[in-house]
Design a protein around this ligand. Sequence first.
Ligand code: NDP
Length: 313
Amino acid sequence: MSETRTKCLIIGSGPAGFTAAIYTSRANLNPIVIEGPQPGGQLITTTEVENFPGYVDGVAGPKMMEDLRAQALRFGANIVPGLVTEVDFSDRPFKVKVNGTDTYIADTVIISTGASARYLGLPDEQKYMGMGVSACATCDGFFFRNRPVAVVGGGDTACEEALYLANLASKVYMIVRKDYLRASKVMQKRVMENDKIEVLFNTNTVSLFGPELLEGARVVTNKGTENENEYAIAIEGFFLAIGHKPNTGVFAGQIELDEQGYVKTIPGRTATNVEGVFAAGDVADPEYQQAISAAGMGCRAALEAERFLMLYE
Ligand code: NDP
């Protein structure tokens, strides 16, 4: 049990959170960053980041987050491990509870809790969770060396995961519900040119099977047409890469969220409907969801928090 007062509390430690921490530390706000359940955020589970300006040859996701963290620490940010379990934004200063015990009293809050992987919602996903089902190829791909696997989705994440797994697995199916890949052209080309990857277009997953560990999936191609075809593929790993949902459960009822659960910000700004609470990164951005756009938003949230404190203190 503790109570800590701060001018700026940053919730989440991805590119948005750490960028906000760098800016607010340099502005002498002595920010506290609550790291959350996955310190470093989603980039911790990413392989190569090739599109963050400044890294000419690309950089491993975990290395980039290590650098951002070190940069925030260099200017005096206080980085605290822990999970926010309760917030009270009804009055300023705001109250934020961490791990159910420690209370932070904050003049401003920057929400940068990011987003988490989505699942299809099949009961079998739960059944085989950790026994073949995963939403992170870089975390779990290692277990499937020389085994057949499948990746669900047709976006950049799915292509990235499929390419990563192609280096380990004996075969990679991509289960894509439409007749095209949504991913960027460069990723599509890499996937299509990889001999180990077979893209199953117009295909959905029906179920997963296996006595204990996963042994296969039943999939259906061209469902609802005269060419409908349901069949089984032998796979030991089933990797979801079908997008993300914002991590905003703890803020429900305290702050305005959109119908998908993303934090609503005033257009063109990071301010939320609660004065003094700002949001940055994927948690408030269903559109771009890039490390660089999250970092840019973190910078803007920090500057807005700084200005807010100048005006209201
Ligand atoms: P996207 O939303 O871009 O893609 C999600 C994919 O999953 C789509 O192919 C979608 O199909 C499919 N999908 C969604 N729901 C289901 C479902 N219920 N059943 C089957 N398939 C489903 O998400 P990503 O995570 O790939 O990317 C998010 C953002 O991050 C994008 O802007 C992307 O460009 C970016 N990104 C960039 C990277 C890079 O540049 N290195 C790496 C990773 C991500 P459908 O097309 O039919 O909707």
